[in-house]
Structures are given as C-alpha cells and as structure tokens.
Design a protein around this ligand. Sequence first.
Ligand code: WT7
Length: 695
Amino acid sequence: MSNPTLELTEAQIAVHWKEEDYLYAIPEFIAQANLKDPSVSKRFSLDNFPQCFDEYAELLTWFRKWDKTLDSSNPPFWKWFTGGTLNASYNCIDRHLKTHKGKAAFIFVPELESEPTITITYQELYNRVNEVAALLRDFCGLKAGDRVTIHMPLVPELPITMLACARLGVIHSVVFGGFSGVACGQRVADSGSHVLVSMDGYYRSGQPIDHKEKVDIAVTTALAEGQRVDKCLIWRRHEGKYLSNTPMVDERDYFMEDVLANYKGQVVAPVPMPAEAPLFLMYTSGTTAKPKGCQHSTGGYLAYVTGTAKYILDIHQEDIYWCMADIGWITGHSYIVYGPLSLGTTNVMYEGVPTYPDAGRPWRIAERLGVNIFHTAPTAIRMLRKVGPDEPLKYNHQFKLMVTVGEPIEPEVWRWYYNTVGRKEAVIVDTWWQTETGGFLCSTKPALDPMKAGSAGPGVPGIHPVIYDEERNELPPGRAGNICIRNPWPGIFQTIWKDPDRFVKTYYAKYCKDPESKDWRDWPYFAGDGALCAPDGYYRILGRVDDVINVAGHRLGTKELESACLVVGEIAEAAVVPVADDARGRVPEIYVALKPGVTATPAIEKAVVNNLENLIGKIARPKSVRIVPDMPKTRSGKIMRRVLAAISNHLPVGDVTTLANPEVVEQIRVMVQGEDPVVEAKDVGDDIRNFGDEK
Ligand code: WT7
C-alpha cells in the first residue's frame, strides 16, 4: 500500500462512486422504532464485550440460563452462552401460544394467482411441527445430533420440517431447491444424512416443475461418495396429486401425508439442547472445489438473529413482514424462519418469481396482505425496475422499512427503490453479511443512523469492523482494503463441518496476530470482501476480494464500474470482468443488458465508454462493451461474472448447467469469440481464473 499510484486509484474509487447525501427516516418511523435509544452504541462498545450480547440472549426463553456469555479459551472456536440449554423450535413456536396462538405465522402465496392464499397460525404450526417431529423420531429413528438433508422449494412444509428437526435437536441441512440432484447428493454425503426430505414439484413462471426427479440423482450421487440414504420423505404440493414423473422407490420413498396419518395429534417434547449444539448446516454455494458446510449453533445463532431482527428489521407484533429470499439460503434461515418466528412475527411467503405473471405482482401482494416490511436483494430490485419501473405507482402498498441484501446496490438502483417503491417514506437498510456470519454485520440502525445510498453503514451493535491491507496494517478511512471484524459475536458459524483446519485457514489465518494466542483480540474474522470506510464510519462493500480488477496496478472495484454503466439510461444490467492484457495487466471488459424495447446501437457503447472515462478516469476505459441479450445467472439471480470472465479470456466456461439460463452462455461466447470455440491453455493468473467465484 506504499505505492503512490495505488493510493491515487483508491482516491479515484472514492470520487467516482461518490459519497451520497444523507437521507433521514421520517418522524413516524422514528417514533415507533424498537431501537431509538442512542445509548445502544455505548452498551455494545468493545468495553462491554462480550456481556453486551446478553441483551440478545435475554430475548429467548431458556430451559437453563447460561453460566458464561463467551468461552473464548480455544480460538477461533468460540462458544457462546455455555451452560445454557434451550430449544429453537420452542422459542419459535411454543412460547407464542399463550399470547397469540391464533396469529398467522405464515401467509403462503402460491405462484398461480388462481390458487388461494394459505394462512398457518402459530397453533397450526405447533400441531404440524409436532406431528413431523414425531414422524422423524419414530418412523426414521432420528435423534439429537443426527443430520437430515432437506431439498425443497419455498413452501410452508420447508420451515415446518426444519422446525421439526430443531425440536429433536436434529441438525438440518437445507439445500436450495434450485440446486441440482448432484449438488444435493454431494451435500447429503458431506453431512452424512441418512434421511432426505424433498417434494414432488412446485411452480415457476406458471409451470409445474418436477422436483422429485432430483431425489434419485441425489441418492445415487451420495452413494457414490459412500453415503447411503435410507429414507426419502416426499411432500406433495397438492394433496392427493403427484407432480412428478419419477416413480416412488419401494422401501425408500414415502409420501409425507401417508406416513403423517399415523402421527395425527402427537406431541413431542422439545429437547433441551446445549447452547453450543449445532442447529443447522448451510453449504455455501460451491462453484469451485468442495462446498463448505457452515455449522451454526443453537443459542448464539438464535439470540443473534432474534436481536438483529428486532433492532435492524424493526419487527413489531403487528407488522406484516415479507422477505422474498428463498429459505434455502442463509437469508431465509435467519430472517424468515428463526429471527422473525422467534419474535412471533407474521411472515409472508411467496412461492414464485417476482415478475410472474407481471412486474406488479410483488406490489399487488404487498397491498393485499398489508405488508409493511419488505426484504429483498439488489438483483430482484434491478429486475423489477427493468421490467416495470412505474409498476409500484399503481398500487397502494405502504412500507415502513425495506431491506436490501446480498451484493452492493448501485446508487441508481437504490434511489428507485427509495423513491418509487418506498415513496420516500420507507427506511432502507442495506445489510451486509454472509452465510458464515449468521446475521447482519453492517447496516444503519433504521431510526438512529441516516441512510446513504450505496453504503451498508456502520457495524451493527456489537460488531466492530476494521479495514486491513494485505500486510496487516489497519487502513484509515478512505482507503480500500480487506474488511475484518475485530471481535467474535454470537451469530458467527462454529466451524466448517468436518473441516476445522479449513475453517481456521480460510477465515482467521490471514489476520491472526499470534496463532498461539488465547486472546480473542488476536483473532479478527476475515470476511473475504473488499471495503472502504468513509470518514463517518460507514462501510461501502466493494465486493469479494477476487472481484477487484487490477488495471496497471490500479485497483478498480467491478461494482464501481458497473454503477457507472448503469447511469446510461438505456442500460438495465451491467457486469464487468477483467481481461488479461499484455500492456496493462488487466483491462475491464463490459457486458451490458438493455432495458426492454431498447435497440443496441454503437451510440450506447460509446455512452458507456464515455461514462467510465468521465466518472472514473481513462484507466477504466474498457477493452470493449458487449451488449448481450441477457446475463448468465444463477438460480438465485446472481450474475455469473466467472462465466463472462472465462469467455472474455478464452478459458473453459466450466459447468454451467446449474444456471438459470445456460443457453445464453453459448450465445455470448459466439458473440465474443466467433463460431469456433477458442480455448487457450494459458496461465492468466488466479484473479482471473477465480474471478467472480462464489466461495
Ligand atoms: C457475500 C456473502 C448475506 C446473505 C446473502 C448472501 C456479498 C452480502 C451485501 C451487501 C454488499 C453484500 C458480500 C458477502 N454481500 N450482502 N449488503 N452489500 N455486498 O450471502 O451468499 O454468503 O454471500 O455477499 O460479498 O461476502 P452469501
């Protein structure tokens, strides 16, 4: 970081995606907020660490209270609330029955608008979870500590199954429904699950999808890796119907509703679990080597997601909360299931794609159900803005708080969310965190901190971020580096399942001050993201450290480049990848998708180049601008920059079959490389080869 040209570029980064003006929550919001006492910053300062987190643990109901807030005697394997016992299912269900058993826990909205909405009260949730728990225990022989893999779409039976596991202390491993049978099977094998819970089918863009067909593939894949699956439990999307073409396998596959008939009305006592017992595994979406099973705890995790759901999502008893994420991702685990249910919240759950049958669907749902807290990701916001920029104006939904999560949000997109979706009334929280971290790390406190488009905000209460350079120096505000967290917190994952060495190596080794040390201060958590702290203490996340393009020794954040592209009015989406260049090391190549009805012209390409040069500098001049029909995307909607980088660099694109739109990859390849595949065996360097990789 002593290279002066590097500093210059960082200054440029700060200039071209300039610090936006503050925006303040409206007085009505502030008046009702859960967290409006500014003393929270003092309460959660490092001076009060780790005791500050008792405030979150006290939001839970414990069978036995904890003896010690944090046992940090074996870094970095932190143990929170040791000596305490609790049950997650009890906290999410049973404890609400006394006060509001008739309240809706879930309002399920099927994708087909002709299908009725289904409401599940807390009492019904209790009944159904107990019956499933009885089945898992008595029919499958499962007990505390066993693992179960759940590969399901977004339907109420998914959280019901998760909570039934939690009731028994069984560790669930939910695999996102959009993943392939092979991906599921690998996770079954790694977790050592003997039971796989799945579903016959579900709806996507109005069409029934055969999901059960993945079960056979998963079972075969797991077996090839040495793991036998004894039982596959199959939920059905419609009672008495079967949406799959795959036959049920005798003595292995069972319809849930058939077996459940034997457990009608059964009640299972929630098993008191030690606070540090694992609650679930969540595999990070693996594109490279083996996926990592992030192991989350019961007490620390539940306390953390409950506390942050209360303070950052500002959930109150009377709120109607809708998180559009899939429960198959960490966002759904923490901020659909565990955090909100622990607070006794009404959750809206929508089965399908946000733009089905049209771009007004989310606003229609929100209006009809009275949703006042709305939670989604930039990718969805961009898509809704692209296909229906004026749709929100046609509905009378009213949000008090809106959430964005998952990737940096361009100020252009943020402003549409704020002005058009939220009507300048809703507070936005841009929450930065990860599968590994269990809950939020950076976000504004909605009633206390003003919003700033494009910035996540300061560390949330009790989270103390720091920016380091590659040589472990702490960087001052304005300098980009690696964002780390100085201290442990209750939501942090415990380890990588069966791979503690990889856990230490990936997240702690880089910035550990002394591997022999037993002091938590020597073990900052390395998040793997580039970030920049502004003088006001707000963090702007630049993306994964491998998403940074190094042009002639200058670091350019891809998000900054993309944001500049989006300023061009015709452009809906932009992705930037590094291309190896003899002279400059790396040059950015730009891929853009246009708004509907806009025709590709050289003028648009020119406008992009002009914007990059004008907003960032000549250093950002791209090799070329490619106007593509669509971006290659994962099922969860992330743009696969890795695939684009491979095409731009004439590298093999690898397996793209799990993408949402694999066909577009070949179209783009031909556009860039011509008809014949041009794959060159050259060593381009790790930054390009690993570019855009999910961890
Ligand atoms: C990575 C984690 C957190 C749940 C969903 C994603 C990026 C996440 C933000 C944000 C900028 C963000 C980071 C992080 N990210 N939230 N608000 N602003 N970047 O979980 O799949 O584990 O991905 O997503 O790069 O490291 P994940």
